[in-house]
Ligand binder design. Structure first.
Ligand code: PMV
Length: 326
């Protein structure tokens, strides 16, 4: 039935102040707030159809979902069904322009698109905050991909997580920046962000990480408001390096970087020393993402492409939030 079917699209987002650690794992409630930029051109389209099938049928990029990925999708559909008070099984197909599981936030885009398509297909018309809370259940960072431009996901205080939702700080057209992504390896990452966070939460540096978050959020909001690239870039670099330092001090240690990751960081620092304002951030994977001005993007991209071990370089502009396609 057409009314039980919906298709939606969402873009990935890149955290400038990172989410790394949970106050409650079952609901994906974060220990700290985080701030991101939604990126155009790296996204996932999701189609959800509830029907009278006897089981959920799940397809990712044209192949049946298997293992952990399938389990995660089914659990998310259960959340949608519970919210809508429905029991039907679903046919789900997602297609992304982002490689999966390599630290390019494909799950953020996928669960934001699934939250929108799934809730519509189930007959719900959720307002953006409720949609953000639903997306969060699939993947924490998906809460932010509901919105475009610069976005803050609030930690929230409530045990039910209803106040742990994202809000837009500035629309994409308010500040034209570039994010240059250096892909250093397309092999799947060894430790998922879920497992990585669990390990980081036991690090002796974790309390300092949590304690520093509020100041970072205040400073990032001010930098976005003032469109101050240097302030935001230095803060994004600081947040990312702190996040990885927490993992380094964990037992067993957590290190997502490869050799090319570190070479990219040094290359960006050299560019900066030569007068190009460019700033690195790194997520739960070996890729390096660089924040810079539109005028400097091609120079930054060329410099990163020349680093040995860099397989591919992509340049992104600020993107829109999740939208219904059909
Ligand atoms: O949403 P998750 O569980 O994939 O975690 C995302 C974690 C980071 O990408 C490293 C940081 C962030 O805030 O997006």
């Amino acid at each position: 039935m057409a009314s039980d079917t919906a298709t939606a699209h969402a873009n990935v987002n890149l955290a400038l102040v990172k989410y790394w650690g949970k106050r409650e794992p079952a609901l994906n409630l974060p220990a700290t707030g985080s701030i991101s930029i939604t990126l155009d051109g790296l996204g996932v389209e999701a189609r959800v159809a509830f029907d009278d099938g006897s089981a959920d049928r799940l397809e990712i990029d044209g192949s049946p979902a298997a293992g952990k990925e399938a389990g995660r999708l089914e659990r998310f559909l259960d959340v949608v069904r519970a919210e809508a008070g429905r029991r039907e099984r679903a046919l789900v197909a997602t297609r992304g322009s982002v490689p999966r599981g390599i630290g390019l936030a494909s799950s953020a885009a996928a669960f934001a698109a699934l939250a929108l398509a799934g809730s519509r297909a189930a007959g719900l018309r959720l307002e953006p905050p409720a949609l953000s809370a639903l997306a969060r259940r699939g993947s924490g960072s998906a809460a932010r991909s509901i919105f475009g431009g610069f976005v803050e996901w609030r930690r929230g205080e409530r045990a039910d997580g209803h106040d742990s939702v994202a809000v837009q700080l500035a629309p994409p057209e308010r500040w034209d920046v570039r994010v240059v992504v250096a892909v250093t390896t397309t092999a799947p990452k060894a430790v998922s962000s879920r497992d990585g966070m669990r390990r980081a939460e036991a690090s002796p540096f974790y309390p300092a990480w949590v304690a520093g978050a509020d100041t970072d959020l205040i400073d990032a909001r001010a930098a976005i408001e003032a469109r101050d690239l240097e302030a935001l870039g230095l803060l994004a670099e600081h947040s990312a390096l702190k996040m990885h330092a927490v993992g380094l001090a964990a037992r067993p240690p957590l290190l997502y970087w490869r050799g090319a990751t570190i070479e990219c960081v040094h290359r960006v620092w050299e560019l900066r020393a030569d007068g190009t304002p460019a700033f690195v951030t790194i997520d739960a994977g070996p890729q390096v993402k660089v924040l810079c001005t539109p005028a400097d993007a091609s120079r930054v991209a060329a410099a990163l492409a020349a680093v040995p071990g860099v397989e591919r370089v992509l340049t992104c502009i600020p993107g829109d939030g999740a939208r219904v396609l059909a």
